[in-house]
Design a protein around this ligand. Sequence first.
Ligand code: ADP
Ligand code: MG
Length: 622
Amino acid sequence: MATIPIDIKTGNIDNDNSSQTELIVGIDLGTTNSLVAYMRDGAPLCVRVDESSALMPSIVHFTADNEVLTGEAAKEKLLIEPSRTIYSVKRLMGKSYKDVEGFGHKLAYSIIDEDSDSLVKIRVGDRFFTPIELSAQILRALKTRAEAALGQTISKTVITVPAYFNDNQRQATRDAGKLAGLDVLRIVNEPTAAALAYGIGVGAELAQTIAVYDLGGGTFDISILQIQDGIFEVLATNGDTFLGGDDFDKAISKHWLTQLQHAGFPDYEQDKSRLQALRLAAEAAKKALSASAHYNTTLEGVALELSRETFEQLIQPLVQRTLECCANALKDAKLSTTQIDKVVMVGGSTRTPLVKNAVAQFFGKPVFDELNPDEVVALGAAVQADILAGNRRDLLLLDVTPLSLGIETVGGLMDVIMPRNSKVPGKAGRQYTTSVDGQKNLKVSVYQGERDLVAHNRKLGEFTLRGIPPMPAGLPKIEVVFQLDADGILQVKASELRSGVEQQIDIRPTYGISEEQMALMLLDSIAHAETDMKARALLEARNEANNLLLSGRKFLEQNAAILDDAEKAATTSLLDQLQVSVAGEDKDLILANIESLNAYTAPLAHRALDYNIQLALQGQKA
Ligand code: ADP
Ligand code: MG
């Protein structure tokens, strides 16, 4: 076994000292609005990223001379230059044209239909953009604005996504981050972040089930989460991808449009800038009605008014639809409203009193609404970022290992020490021994993956445990312990318990691997399960045979005095026969030869044992 040791230091190795001091921000990359939050003095806080607001509209506008506008400035162009103003790009992330067939026409800009299976592109003038590129524009704007506001550079982030996002959508989000010059340390589910912002699930609490009701600008999501020991499990998600505050605005616009038409503007809706003004007035009215009972304004000299009562009548059916989704989610999770311990309100539209009241009534309990509902996801992302930064060692990391972690054992087999889905932080260990007499060094190679042979898994690192005092094979007690910290660093430590020699290495298992690659590795292991099982069985038979060959030949040498020639010849021939089969591929033949060798030598071994005991007793007497 060639040992090529890597640079090993004893004691603590910190792979990434910078993570201790560098700021990691949390980003809520929303369909309607995006936010950046960070930890200040132990509490999460949103950064002002747009015109004195923490919310930056997730909109990108390309001017005629290809200047890029983002946020409020882009929102102003929404109805005036719809084909050059991209909104709701989150809906297109990781999607092919086939995926968006049902709603592509609902968007005011043009989606390219090149090939049904390829990812969608958006055309602006004569240029083409992928949703990843457009999301990257939003992220880049957030980064630049947050850097200006905080006076420091930002590169590391945690980005949130809806709980129902699939691997493609998550990967697309990561890629957008990368394109924007951000290092995306973690993708976190939005409902998980919302719970974290309220401190739910961060302490040592009993298991609890929570509902996260998220009504944003254009989408509604209800998620039922089970939280235990720092792990957030999504039990069910439901919702409506075309239901949100925008629909409230439309309802008000429609209501007022009739009044405007009667007041001498029959073609009011034909004029895009007028329509834009009406839509903005409607949104202003809606927001005002969250705090007061009446709202008045004028548009084109026409006095318009709206009472909260009328507004509630207009949106009642929309709110009712969200409750139906809640009922469906509960049904999928096989839970009743009484089994929900907490209800968390998320999304700007939950500021509407009718929404809040209807949800509280539906679940039969007061809701969590003390934090700004449009900030709560970003705030929670900042909490998660802080945990990743290693600043909150008191907190559990809210995750599990995505792939199994283990070491290579004789014959190239993967010996799993920390199975996939193990809780993080976590610790697990196993004992090993040497296979050769007087073995002084032991190579520990660390792998990640689900396959039975390390050759098919991903190597994370290796080191050599040196200075094992010479002992017969099998006597040293070597303990290998894996400890995975909340910040994702795996410490692998090997120690020989009799002598106390030890060596360790620190590795970051998630470094340089994408969620997509991890998913592929999983699928791969399933596809190869049968061949892997066979390969493992053969290797295990070989290992057993090799051990038996070693001890068998030793036995012959040490007990020559008590064995007759026929016994020696028969044992040697059985050993040779086993040796030949080990070189072959037939597992059953190896096992059969092991069995015949064991059967033949068992009485001989007994005799040898008796003889040695007698010798020892005589020695004692003498
Ligand atoms: P998303 O998650 O879709 O990015 P947000 O959570 O930011 O969206 O919610 C945006 C929606 O919240 C918009 O429709 C906006 O008009 C609405 N909203 C914001 N403030 C209020 C308010 N005070 N009352 C009612 N609705 C509001
Ligand atoms: Mg949101």
